[in-house]
Design a protein around this ligand. Structure first.
Ligand SMILES: *[C@@H]1O[C@H](CO)[C@@H](O)[C@H](O)[C@H]1NC(C)=O
Ligand SMILES: *[C@@H]1O[C@H](CO)[C@@H](O)[C@H](O)[C@H]1NC(C)=O
Ligand SMILES: *[C@@H]1O[C@H](CO)[C@@H](O)[C@H](O)[C@H]1NC(C)=O
Ligand SMILES: *[C@@H]1O[C@H](CO)[C@@H](O)[C@H](O)[C@H]1NC(C)=O
Ligand SMILES: *[C@@H]1O[C@H](CO)[C@@H](O)[C@H](O)[C@H]1NC(C)=O
Ligand SMILES: *[C@@H]1O[C@H](CO)[C@@H](O)[C@H](O)[C@H]1NC(C)=O
Ligand SMILES: *[C@@H]1O[C@H](CO)[C@@H](O)[C@H](O)[C@H]1NC(C)=O
Length: 541
């Protein structure tokens, strides 16, 4: 008996050894080029030893950090021509110990670069992982590459991610000489938009998609990004709220709204029940300390920031959420709106780099909606029926303290899908929305709130501790990607996922501070007694 076991394990090791040897020897440009169409060229291949690192370093200006602590893998970079004036690249990680699954990861902002860090997190699950540079080379806030170039915009909008998935799958199967059993997607922000767009256009690309804080409503969100900033400009105006006051507003919101969820923990979990009028922010005398209160014109600005952006009674974009103030610097500080807004209007919509925010008017939204440059906007809600019919599962999450993309924009996406595809009871079977109280844009928290569920780009927030941290939480109860896989492959419906934060919110080695279940909308986390820091003290109701 023992002898047989020994023999079996010896055979297993020999097979593993010879596979590793063959993976090393087949990780060549020549081998991959055979599996590609003529518009695609293999630029490089590299065999990475277990524990090694890989990336492009500083020349990848969007994602300069190399992935570290990698399992043994073959790394490939491919260049694909999409038109006479456009092309994109993609990177592929093929681990020697492959689990027969494929994963595509998304990007962020307008960043043009292969997302090596997210690939590194993905490959530690055993998946083959692909990421595209989206067809240009830039940092997140630089949109100048899109000027007068609809081909490049289309690569960014939908073409680069789709091509990378199709070709990445072909290379994966050619490398292992086996079929892919399941395919997944994970991405947040722009990555969330890319995933939703891909699923809307190509229902058969993925079996499960994990979407965080998606920038799905491009033609409305990007103009709003400029619009909301104009309320707080120019800096010389009496209306202007300096960013130092954001913390003062945040403290007032916590003081009045934290308790509404029943537990005083500094985390505003029910912002919709919170009343702006209850905040004590007004400077009551002429000589009041201007660093601790808001003047009447500043209070007017505050109202505008929280208000929905509407034109002729139609919702253009929801307003900032109460409880997001600590993260407002992203869009509301500085002497001009973020490049995410102005850059889009200049280079996508108007083809006018000289346009400035002082010229903003509401017709920009209707123009953006009409031409939808690059076909970026992921608003074909009803097309998700094909994904559903193939058995696809969708996990959407959004931080309630997100000051970059307001959480209610995910609510709008969900409500519109419900309205078109049979209502909550029908849609819950394959599509669930999880709000994360106290979480900023994509990840991290200013208020000690549990936020980490290994969603798209979250591990990147943990620096080089990412993998050490993830390993300790590597089960479907704490890891949304594993939960999604369990839903797709074993029919285990996701009833909750436990989010985690640490004493230092981005350093897992500092020790767990809090864990709490996240609940599928419209359920909420309800405190049932005991230590508020442990998940057993809460349940989804
Ligand atoms: C990143 O990885 C690439 C390829 O492995 C290597 O050439 C480069 O030096 C690395 N950069 C850094 C900063 O480690
Ligand atoms: C992207 O631009 C940077 C800086 O301009 C350059 O160093 C780098 O080589 C470029 N990367 C690619 C892939 O073209
Ligand atoms: C990718 O291909 C395009 C032609 O379609 C070419 O202009 C570009 O230089 C290539 N990129 C790299 C990094 O080789
Ligand atoms: C004014 O308010 C700020 C912020 O609360 C505080 O740091 C500062 O000490 C106050 N100054 C005075 C003179 O009270
Ligand atoms: C609104 O802005 C656009 C773009 O700058 C401009 O063409 C248009 O004339 C403006 N409309 C009004 C009513 O000012
Ligand atoms: C703002 O828009 C949201 C939709 O995201 C809607 O539910 C809410 O009622 C609107 N608020 C107001 C005050 O109209
Ligand atoms: C928290 O951890 C991060 C690493 O993710 C580190 O860069 C930062 O300095 C730490 N903050 C504090 C206050 O120690």
């Amino acid at each position: 008996m023992r002898c047989t076991t020994l023999y079996a394990s010896l055979v297993t090791s020999l097979v593993a050894l010879s596979e590793a040897f063959s993976h090393r020897s087949t990780c060549t440009k020549f081998n991959f080029q055979h599996a590609l169409p003529k518009e695609a060229t293999v630029l490089s291949t590299a065999f990475v030893e277990a524990g090694g690192s890989y990336g492009e370093g500083a020349p990848d200006i969007a994602y300069p950090s190399n992935s570290t602590y990698l399992p043994e893998l073959c790394a490939v970079i491919v260049n694909v021509t999409t038109s006479a004036i456009s092309s994109y690249r993609f990177g592929l990680f093929l681990p020697s110990q492959w689990n027969d699954r494929f994963l595509a990861v998304g990007n962020g902002g307008f960043a043009g670069g292969i997302n090596w860090l997210s690939m590194g997190n993905g490959v530690t699950y055993g998946h083959a992982v692909v990421s595209t540079d989206t067809g240009h080379n830039s940092t997140s806030l630089d949109v100048s590459w899109a000027l007068d170039n609809e081909e490049k915009r289309k690569d960014f909008g939908f073409r680069a991610i789709h091509g990378s998935v199709v070709l990445g799958k072909a290379l994966t199967e050619a490398f292992y000489l086996r079929d892919i059993q399941y395919s997944y997607y994970t991405g947040s922000s722009t990555g969330g938009r890319q995933g939703l767009k891909e699923v809307q256009l190509h229902a058969d690309s993925f079996d499960g998609v994990l979407i965080g804080a998606p920038a799905w409503w491009t033609s409305h969100q990007q103009p709003w990004t400029s619009k909301v900033a104009t309320y707080n400009l120019p800096v010389s105006s009496p209306n202007h709220i300096p960013s130092d006051l954001f913390a003062v507003i945040a403290n007032q919101v916590v003081k009045h709204c934290d308790i509404l969820d029943g537990v005083v923990d500094g985390i505003v979990s029910s912002p919709s029940e919170c009343n702006l009028e209850s905040l004590e922010l007004a400077c009551d005398t002429e000589t009041a300390n201007a660093s601790a209160c808001l003047t009447a014109p500043q209070l007017q600005t505050l109202q505008e920031i929280y208000a929905n952006y509407t034109v002729d009674g139609q919702l253009i974009f929801p307003g900032m959420e109460l409880g997001s103030e600590a993260t407002w610097s992203m869009l509301l500080s500085g002497d001009a709106p973020s490049g995410l807004g102005d850059g889009y209007i200049q280079n996508f919509v108007l083809n006018d780099p000289d346009w400035t925010w002082e010229q903003y008017n509401d017709s920009i939204v209707s123009l953006a909606e009409k031409i939808d440059p690059g076909e970026c906007t992921a608003w074909d809600y009803s097309s998700l029926d094909k994904f559903r019919d193939r058995g696809g599962k969708l996990f959407l999450f959004h931080g309630l303290a997100d000051g970059g993309i307001v959480p209610r924009s995910s609510g709008v996406f969900y409500e519109r899908t419900l309205a078109l595809l049979g209502g909550l009871d029908a849609v819950r079977d394959w599509f669930r929305l999880f709000y994360i109280p106290g979480m900023e844009h994509v990840g991290d928290t200013p208020v000690g709130a549990p936020w980490f569920i290994s969603g798209g780009s979250q591990a990147s927030r943990l620096g080089s501790n990412a993998w050490a941290g993830r390993n300790r939480l590597e089960d479907p109860q704490h890891d949304a990607l594993l939960a999604l896989m369990d839903w797709v492959e074993n029919g285990m419906v996701i009833k909750q996922v436990i989010a985690t934060t640490w004493t230092n919110s981005t350093d897992p080695t500092s020790g767990v501070l809090r864990q709490r279940p996240l609940c599928p909308y419209p359920e909420k986390q309800v405190y049932i007694g005991g230590n508020e820091k442990v998940p057993e003290s809460w349940k989804c109701v």
